[in-house]
Ligand binder design. Structure first.
Ligand code: ASP
Length: 287
């Protein structure tokens, strides 16, 4: 039997006072698309790219179209992607005016000798490569016009997958924290903090990025498996506990080489969906 596993998240900014039916319905449909891609044998890297791009485009989370502006009213986007088997990685930070930061991050991974491009340099690279632009930021960004996803001031999207060949990959994308200082960069585009994939685990984080950077959260999930010989579940839970003890909050999604999935969080909620080849399907926002 073909083994595959997939997890998606739409951020740890979910608050108990709100109902997330639309987000959950969209995520359920997307999860089925991702499941079908993996069942057909598509690569984990392609699946997380497509899942993240769709989560960016839907406007229901604080990433891509749903991004909230910084303190100056400008949307600055962060994203990263990592391929487990090769540990190739690409990221952009404080990118402005492009529809899919995750596709630009993948471009950095595949078309440059670098891992991270920021600000004007990231914009110039995206323009030179012909990535699709946001034509009219004022009307495009959902939060700027409606306050839609801004309920808790944060949100991010992510995807992790284990494909039929056992390859792992992770992708994370965000508009960052609403009202952040111009130029502020969180964990999302930092390989090791907000995104990680190697041969042991693929991880995508969400929450107060400063804390995830200080515990090097995403890479630590894999390191704990390697050094402490613990399961994905205990490793992921220990990393979130580390974030919590420092005073931060948020969560992560993770998958290991065997296709085990884990999605711990210490925030009120975390929009998430998991699916696997052995029939697992779960879409949840709260506990
Ligand atoms: N981690 C993201 C950041 O700090 C925000 C989030 O996950 O909601 O930029």
């Amino acid at each position: 039997m073909t083994i595959w596993a997939l997890a998606l998240h739409g951020g740890a900014g979910a608050i108990a006072e709100r109902v997330y039916q639309q987000e959950e319905e969209h995520m359920a449909a997307l999860l089925e698309q991702g499941a079908a891609m993996l069942a057909r044998g598509e690569s984990a890297l392609d699946v997380v790219t497509e899942m993240a791009a769709a989560l960016e485009a839907c406007g229901l989370h604080q990433a891509g179209k749903g991004s909230a502006p910084n303190a100056n009213g400008i949307v600055e986007l962060d994203a990263s992607i990592m391929d487990g088997p090769t540990r190739a990685a690409g990221a952009v930070a404080a990118l402005q005016g492009f529809l899919s930061p995750i596709r630009v991050a993948r471009g950095v991974m595949e078309k440059t000798p670098h891992v991270l491009l920021v600000g004007d340099g990231a914009d110039a690279f995206a323009a030179a490569q012909g990535f699709a632009r946001v034509e009219d930021p004022k009307s495009y960004y959902a939060t700027a016009s409606s306050g839609l996803a801004s309920s808790a001031g944060l949100g991010t999207i992510g995807a992790v997958a284990r494909d039929a060949k056992g390859r792992l990959a992770a992708a994370t994308s965000t508009g960052g924290l609403q009202g952040k200082m111009p130029g502020r960069v969180g964990d999302t585009p930092i390989i090791g903090a907000g995104c990680w994939a190697d041969q042991r685990a693929a991880v995508s984080c969400t929450g107060l990025g400063e804390y995830f950077m200080r515990v090097n959260a995403a890479a630590d999930v894999s390191a704990r498996i390697a050094y402490a010989n613990v399961s994905l579940e205990s490793s992921a839970a220990a990393v979130i506990e580390d974030v919590r003890q420092l005073g931060g909050y948020g969560g992560l999604i993770a998958v290991d080489a065997a296709g085990n999935l884990s999605a711990p969080f210490c925030s009120q909620g975390m929009k998430r969906g998991i699916a696997s080849s052995w029939g697992l399907r779960e879409i949840k926002t709260f506990r």
